[in-house]
Design a protein around this ligand. Sequence first.
Ligand code: FMN
Length: 353
Amino acid sequence: MSLLFEPLSIREVTFRNRLWVSPMCQFSCWNRDGVPGSWHIMNAGSYAAGGAGLVMMESTGVSADGRITVWCPGIWNDDQSDAWSTVIELVHSLGAVAGIQLNHAGRKASGYANGTSMEIADGGWETMGPSANKVDGMRVPRVMEQADIDKVVTDFGTAAARSVESGFDVIELHAAHGYLIHQFLSPLSNERTDDYGGSLENRARFLLDIVREVRRQIPESTPLFIRLSATDWADGGITIEETATVSTWAQALGADLFDISSGGLIRNVFISSTPGYQVEFSNTVKQQGVLTAAVGKITKADQAESILREGKADAIFMGRQLINDPHFPLRAAHELGVEVDYTPGPHKMGHWD
Ligand SMILES: Cc1cc2nc3c(=O)[nH]c(=O)nc-3n(C[C@H](O)[C@H](O)[C@H](O)COP(=O)(O)O)c2cc1C
């Protein structure tokens, strides 16, 4: 029996397997309006047709100024919700669960896909962050005041409610890769001296405020995931022990699964990205008694299966391998000797002859 193809249920959502599509920016809202279009339908649909259990949509802005680039999608208005509903309908019709990764990019907003700041004249905007420090190549953010913090917390809640109304089954908060929530979590970017800076409890306050608000806005039945960077790969940054502690705090407030990644806060650091290089981080967090997903250079069926068998994660997110081959999950099932019957079609309706 394969664990990778064993269904998993969280709250009232059942995933047909544990091989999931990692959120990946598409930079394809070509009208700069945050409205997903034909590209997103094709892209998400191909992953669902390829057999993934969960298709997690890319980083999606909870507000216009929270987008990484002007080409990223959003979920702050009806046009965006309606467009997402079309994407979700296709994903559902192909038997996969649809998730959305909600994000505010903070000091990494208003960028180009290559990670430099977009000029205001070209459509960029002034950014904000916990402190007036920047990531290399991008502008210095304005320091957030309490009113800014309150607004972003509210925006996450509204975006989560809107996501569920649009049809999404799973909400993921992007608290990794150097975006706003991570900027609060890490001492390398958070130099605040108020209730949101200093101790781990204070640095985690922004995330936990968001978890509380999002949980308040979404049904009990909806799973809530959080993507965390377990380390900044730099001295003085967030540690795996802190990440594990924050996970338990978030779980107590209703978060269900921790998607354990790393890095992204500062540039030009060495990351030894060998196969499965982040799996041990997932393992450490999982030892706290929470559900986790592992991600990062997991490219083979037996590798993914072993991670689950060794109890180091409850599910696997896969990124680049699925870009290479959106049908990888069906192939993985075959390699592991699992018979799956995911394909919708006339034979299921008794019209085969
Ligand atoms: C093109 C591309 C876009 C990405 N965009 C996002 C994103 O929107 N949100 C996120 O959390 N991670 C993003 N990532 C990181 C992936 O989700 C994943 O964690 C990373 O690629 C490592 O997994 P892999 O080795 O299976 O690709 C992106 C990666 C790629 C290659």
